[in-house]
Design a protein around this ligand. Structure first.
Ligand code: DNO
Length: 352
């Protein structure tokens, strides 16, 4: 297991490379050019800049999260050709600085979705929270309208400056079915995986978070069966997974340790975190510790260990603790604690 840590870039992250370097057993950053819009080709000088910054701290830049997929690719529009071309060129450029894994996702419109970014927990820390009643059975176009009239109804991802674009996207996806999305994903992979192979970069799709359809938008990376289907589209190690325990684990029907055991040789990047699921299906992100949430993190790590996992792993969202001011889910403290918990399990398994 090779431990890495997400870093949003100079001036864009309150965590410094020095701090990351001091977390035990952490060898690299998980990075992206967040300022480049989805679909555009990444500029080489900006890529080199990150490489130099990381080099200066003895950290590697092996893992990119994410090279985002343009909505036109997910929608299967003719304009996807240019965006796929740009994606291929970005892969080629990233190979020049030694990138080994590219994480991406295929979620329409929204990436991860929560209803509260700072839900207070019993111990006074805060964490990301998902409350189903705020989302289920809600017509998104209605919501766009309501938030437009009353900004106090805003939710993460629904910021006023995004409303016009959301409105357009919801219309564009109106007739897109799950099967359409599958076909568009297949098309993308058939184009991109050969290029990834040629440049020795593993593509690693991130599951949908939460792993069910939201606002009538299709979501397909949601369970074991669907992951099998994805892997069968292009049967190559370069068509692989970012297995995120917390995303898939928000559905109690998803048995994460069993998925790790089944897909071990196709998992290139492990996101490890815990969530606590309530009886009504709502969930909150907790510390990484098994006892604090609903996912058996010990068994997840054990499954990786049994399979001699040599891929990359990162702690995932943590709580906001010790009054840290940070990006939602991306504090230094709780993620660093998470790393120590993961290494604690791993190291004791090594001794057994
Ligand atoms: C959230 C992350 C996701 C992830 C993308 C991968 O914190 O896990 O945003 O980076 O879905 O493309």
């Amino acid at each position: 297991m090779r431990m890495v840590f997400r870093w949003f870039g100079e001036g864009n992250d309150h965590v410094s490379l020095n701090e990351i370097k001091q977390i035990p057993g952490t060898e690299g950053i998980v990075w992206a050019l967040h300022e480049v819009p989805a679909g555009e080709e990444w500029p080489m000088d900006k890529i080199n800049e990150v490489k130099e910054q990381a080099d200066a701290h003895g950290l590697n830049i092996d893992v990119v999260e994410s090279v985002n997929v343009h909505e036109d690719i997910k929608l299967g529009l003719p304009s996807r050709e240019q965006y796929i071309e740009n994606y291929k060129r970005t892969i080629e450029k990233l190979s020049k600085v030694g990138v080994k894994v590219i994480c991406y996702n295929f979620m329409p419109v929204f990436d991860w979705l929560r209803t509260d970014l700072a839900k207070e927990m019993n111990d006074g820390s805060t964490a990301l929270f998902y409350e189903g009643s705020k989302i289920h059975n809600i017509d998104p176009l209605d919501l766009v309208k309501k938030i437009g009239e009353d900004s106090s109804m805003t939710m993460p991802g629904w910021e006023p400056e995004r409303l016009a674009a959301l409105n357009e996207l919801f219309h564009a996806y109106k007739d897109v079915t799950e099967e359409d999305l599958w076909e568009n994903l297949r098309y993308f992979l058939e184009e991109v995986i050969p290029v990834a192979e040629q440049h020795d970069i593993k593509m690693a799709i991130h599951p949908d978070d939460p792993p069910w359809p939201i606002f009538g938008l299709p979501r397909i990376m949601t369970n074991k069966e669907n992951i099998e289907r994805l892997l069968s589209f292009v049967d190559s190690p370069y068509n692989g997974l970012t297995l995120c325990s917390g995303s898939l684990g928000a559905n109690p029907a998803n048995d994460i340790p069993s998925m790790v055991r089944s897909f071990a040789d196709r998992i290139h990047f492990a996101h490890i975190r815990n969530v606590k699921i309530f009886d009504n299906g709502d969930f909150i992100e907790t510390s990484h510790r098994t006892q604090d949430g609903s996912i058996d993190i010990y068994d997840v790590v054990k499954a990786y260990h049994e399979n001699g996992f040599t891929g990359y792993a990162r702690p995932d969202h943590g709580r906001h603790i010790w009054d840290e001011e940070c990006r939602p889910g991306y504090g230094l403290y709780d993620r660093a604690l998470g790393i120590m918990y993961l290494w604690g399990i791993w190291d004791s398994l090594e001794r057994m």
